[in-house]
Design a protein around this ligand. Structure first.
Ligand code: AKG
Length: 242
C-alpha cells in the first residue's frame, strides 16, 4: 500500500502546480472559426463553428469517425446503468432519466484515438481528461438543466484534478431534424441539435476564474423517437485521478 504521507505530499505538489489555462486552448479550434480551412488535430480533420462568444460554446464537426462512434457504443452498452446526479453549488438537484457508462480503459484504441485528438485540439494534456462517459437517452428521457462544474471548495474534486474546465459532448448518432435530443443552454439561448460525428464544446470557467460560470447551465432535451447516444469528455485543470 502507498505511504499515505507520500500520497498527500504528491497530491499537494500537484495541486500547487500551475493551473494556467492553455492560452491557445479550445481556442485552438476558435482560431480557425468560420474559415473553410479545416483544423488538423492529430492527423484528423475537423472544423469548428462559434455558437456563443462569452462563455465560449463551439460546435465541432467530424470530431469522430463512424467506426469510432460505433466502437464506443459497443464498449459501453454492457456497462450502462442509471445516470448519476449530484448536488452542490454547480450542480442543481435535477431529473436525469438517462443511462450512463464510464469507459475506464483509456488504452482501448477508439478511446485513445479520440482522447488524443481532443487533447491535441484543446491544448490540455490527455492526463487531465476524465474517462469518456457514454450517455444514452431512450425516447422521452432527459437531463434537466444543470452545470458540470463543482463547488470551489469541493476538496475531493480538487484533489482529483480540480475544475472541469471544459465539457466536450460528442454526438455518436444522428437524430432527424425535429426529433428532439438537443443540448440546450437556456441562459445563452443556444440550442445544439445532435449532429452525427459532431460535438459541442464549452468552457465552464472564464479565463483564470476559479468559480464555475453559471451561464453554462445546460440540459439534454428528450429525443422524441430515436435513442440518443453521446459521450462526455470532461477536461480538468490538472491531472485527473479516479
Ligand atoms: O445530452 C446532452 O445533450 C447533455 C448531457 C449532459 O449535460 C451531461 O451528460 O452532463
Amino acid at each position: 500500500m502507498d505511504d499515505p504521507e507520500k500520497v498527500l505530499e504528491t497530491l499537494l505538489a500537484e495541486s500547487a502546480e500551475s493551473i494556467a489555462f492553455p492560452t491557445d486552448g479550445p481556442t485552438r479550434a476558435a482560431a480557425h472559426l468560420g474559415a473553410a480551412v479545416p483544423i488538423t488535430a492529430d492527423g484528423h480533420t475537423l472544423s469548428a463553428e462559434l455558437l456563443h462568444a462569452e462563455p465560449r460554446v463551439l460546435m465541432l464537426r467530424d470530431v469522430i469517425t463512424d467506426d469510432e462512434a460505433r466502437a464506443i457504443i459497443r464498449l459501453a452498452k454492457p456497462l450502462l446503468s442509471a445516470s448519476p446526479t449530484h448536488t452542490g453549488e454547480g450542480y442543481r438537484p435535477t431529473t436525469r432519466s438517462s443511462s450512463s457508462a464510464v469507459l475506464l480503459d483509456d488504452a482501448q484504441p477508439p478511446l485513445r484515438a479520440v482522447r488524443l485528438r481532443l487533447a491535441n485540439l484543446t491544448g490540455y494534456p490527455e492526463a487531465n481528461f476524465e474517462p469518456l462517459q457514454l450517455v444514452r437517452y431512450l425516447p422521452g428521457q432527459e437531463y434537466e438543466p444543470h452545470n458540470d462544474w463543482f463547488d470551489a471548495c469541493d476538496v475531493r474534486e480538487h484533489l482529483r484534478g480540480g475544475e472541469r474546465r471544459l465539457t466536450i459532448l460528442i454526438y455518436l448518432n444522428a437524430i432527424a431534424s425535429g426529433g428532439g435530443g438537443a443540448t440546450n443552454f437556456p441562459e445563452l439561448e443556444v440550442r445544439v441539435p445532435p449532429t452525427k460525428r459532431g460535438a459541442v464544446l464549452f468552457e465552464n470557467y472564464a479565463l483564470n476564474a476559479t468559480r464555475g460560470d453559471g451561464r453554462c447551465l445546460h440540459q439534454g432535451e428528450p429525443p422524441s423517437a430515436t435513442t440518443k447516444f453521446a459521450a462526455n469528455v470532461w477536461v480538468r485543470a490538472r491531472r485527473f485521478r479516479l
